[in-house]
Design a protein around this ligand. Structure first.
Ligand code: BF8
Length: 655
């Protein structure tokens, strides 16, 4: 096997890894070889929270530790391995929750500016969702204008971040039983920022020293992310940019164009990318591109920003996290514009080997060697035009060392909660009833959320696609976001035809009747909030218990790497979902903390973590959990009786 084939399962990526090698370009794939992870840090037993450390407290390997040894195995301040593991773990949650929530705050600020008429170029696109949110938050509708209502909503949304008392408003959307559990366990977040700050306080030297108490705060902050910051981001983005509906798209490095200006939009916040998409369609810009010898302007997305503009505009998607450097290696990218999160600092070094310009736009995220064109939401179109112009003017500098892989795959994206509702029930009787019915009768065994990143420590995209294929083969409907969704789309799992090719007979029959792929793309990482809402809708529809923890569902992030993934996993678990992570696990050096997360959490939250790097085994842990829930609901027998005769098929098609 050629070296590159050990690093990715994706042919386009393999070709570009090879090209990078022959061009002498260093990428994350190379660095992962030369830079091995610290074996102590990776399992959570290194504390560097004060100037007396770093203190490393790993247990002895390969033999039983004596009680005396364990007693002495502490940091200089006396912190035990359990405290250190729990502190490190919840600091990851704080980092992840902060990233998602600061994104949500940015959206809320722009939303308020739009409502006040201070952000030209943006508008309220989804009135129905605006009014729904007004109802949810008790905002008076009466005969007030959309603008007036939106001002109230924007102010309430912004206040959610700094709130000190009460509880985050969107918790009200969860099943009642879940809300009671959160309050009983002290896991109901008061305000979004408060819970994140409290993690930083409690994990400072000499504060909270009980790992259970630390982990409880981790759950609380993660709920503030999923049911707070991320949900605010998703909801307000839908209102100003439109709620996604099914859209046909193309994906992978083959979407780059040989004869057009290629501008890649990379990062997370759609505030800027929405405007860049509009600016690139301006006839004046297209004429400028032609004057430089290009045939037009080709916008392509990367990572979660890509998911946002794919879902709403069908803009082609160039790749996921580990493909960001590879896109530049094609030699055909005039500019890559970035905002925040998951942007490799090496982009500027890779770009130096070609003609690509890296453009940063956020005052929060600058990169030495990049051009900075600050994005100003009050003058968004001007920033967007300056970015597009920079890309166009760079077209004549394109060299001759160009190789765009031909690989690109079709996909259907845009499955918001609202869309799933309409698709299943129809416009006039939108409902989750058909989904619940098909789960109860066993055609669909359960639902899995497979999400998260790429991780250079494991073969690019392999765990995602292996796990997803195994799940759908076993009649589990898969919902996806983030880089995981991109991996499945690149493997061709997000077309309606994938149902007959890869899904089990029961799932395939439902997908074919409804006309959906067996793997649904729900958006970016903040859109994991859509999975929470979908799970809640299943509970509210009835017949599958009265809490998320009773549903036959499971979650996974088989190639996770970011702190955001840990926060997401924790709010899945804290919402009652069994969740499996791959690659490595950051508390493994503390048996007690790991046992608490993997086992004891179930009795408290109804959901618990698991760690399993083998994607097939991980898929079967999820399937076993789904079967356990089916049995508890008394619907396991229905599955055994599923036989697809013509009458059943006709009944399905009429559903
Ligand atoms: O927020 S899946 S690598 S791009 S962190 Fe990052 Fe992970 Fe991708 Fe999107 Ni989410």
């Amino acid at each position: 096997m050629a070296e590159a084939e050990t690093k990715s399962i994706d042919n386009a990526s393999i070709k570009m890894i090879d090209k990078a090698a022959s061009d002498g370009v260093n990428t994350a794939f190379d660095r992962a070889e030369t830079k091995k992870p610290c074996p102590i840090g990776v399992e959570g037993s290194c504390c560097k929270h004060c100037g007396m450390g770093p203190c490393r407290v790993p247990p002895p390997k390969g033999r039983q530790e004596t009680p005396e040894e364990k007693q002495k195995r502490r940091g200089v301040c006396g912190a035990t391995a359990e405290t250190i593991a729990a502190r490190n773990f919840i600091r990851m949650i704080a980092g992840g929750a902060a990233a998602h929530s600061d994104h949500g705050r940015g959206v809320a600020e722009v939303f308020l500016a739009v409502a006040k008429g201070e952000a030209p170029g943006y508008e309220i696109k989804d009135e129905q969702k605006l009014l729904q949110l007004a109802l949810d938050w008790g905002v008076d509708i009466g005969d007030r204008s959309n603008q007036e209502i939106a001002i109230n909503i924007g102010e309430i949304a912004l206040a959610e971040f700094g709130k000190q008392e009460g509880q985050v408003l969107f918790l009200n959307r969860a099943p009642l039983k879940r809300q009671e559990l959160w309050r009983r366990e002290g896991a109901a977040p008061r305000g979004i920022d408060r819970e994140i700050v409290e993690i930083m306080h409690r994990t400072h030297i000499g504060v909270d020293q009980d790992y259970r108490n630390l982990l409880r705060q981790g759950v609380r902050a993660s709920i503030a992310d999923g049911w707070g910051g991320s949900m605010i981001a998703t909801e307000l983005q839908d209102i100003i940019f439109g709620t996604p509906a099914p859209v046909l798209g193309r994906i992978n490095l083959g979407v780059l164009s040989r004869d057009e200006v290629n501008l890649i939009i990379h990062g997370h916040e759609p505030l800027l990318s929405e405007m860049v998409v509009v600016a690139a369609q301006d006839p004046e810009m297209i004429a400028l591109a032609k004057s430089k010898g290009a045939n037009g302007i080709n916008i392509a997305g990367m990572c979660c920003t890509a998911n946002e503009i794919l879902m709403r505009h069908g803009i082609p998607l160039a790749g996921n996290f580990l493909q960001q450097e590879l896109a530049i290696v094609t030699g055909a990218v005039e500019a890559m514009v970035v905002d925040v999160q998951c942007i490799m600092q090496s982009l500027t070094a890779v770009a130096e080997c070609y003609h690509t310009k890296i453009i940063t736009t956020s005052p929060k995220a600058k990169i030495p060697g990049a051009i900075h064109i600050q994005f100003d939401e009050h003058n968004a179109m001007e920033s967007a035009r300056a970015i597009v112009k920079t890309a166009i003017e760079n077209f004549p500098n394109r060299g001759s060392n160009i190789d765009i892989p031909k690989e690109q795959t079709d996909l259907v994206a845009g499955f918001s909660h609202e869309t799933i509702n309409y698709l299943l029930g129809g416009i006039y009787r939108a409902s989750y009833r058909p989904l619940n019915d098909n789960i109860i009768n066993g055609r669909i065994r359960g639902v899995a959320g497979v999400v998260g990143c790429n991780n250079a420590r494991v073969k690019h995209n392999e765990a995602h696609t292996t796990m997803v294929k195994e799940l759908i083969k076993n009649d589990v409907l898969v919902l996806q976001t983030g880089c995981s969704a991109i991996a499945s789309a690149e493997a061709g799992l997000m077309t309606p035809e994938a149902a007959s090719k890869y899904a089990g007979e029961g799932l395939a029959s439902v997908c074919e009747a409804v006309g959906i792929p067996p793997v649904l793309h729900l958006g970016s990482c903040v859109d994991n909030s859509r999975i929470l809402i979908a799970a809640t809708a299943m509970v509210k529809e009835g017949g599958l218990g009265d809490d998320i923890s009773e549903l036959p569902v499971a979650g996974a992030a088989p190639e996770w790497m970011s702190e955001k993934a840990i926060s997401i996993g924790q709010y899945f678990v804290g919402s009652g979902v069994f969740t499996v992570f791959g690659v490595n696990w950051p508390t493994l050096d503390s048996e007690e903390v790991s046992k608490y997360l993997f086992e004891d959490f179930e009795a408290i939250y109804g959901g618990m973590w698991a760690f399993e790097p083998d994607p097939i085994k991980a898929a079967h842990l999820m399937i076993d959990h789904i079967d356990k829930k089916r049995q508890a609901l008394g619907i396991d027998k229905a599955r055994e009786r599923v036989l697809f005769d013509m009458a059943m098929r006709r009944e399905l098609e009429g559903a």
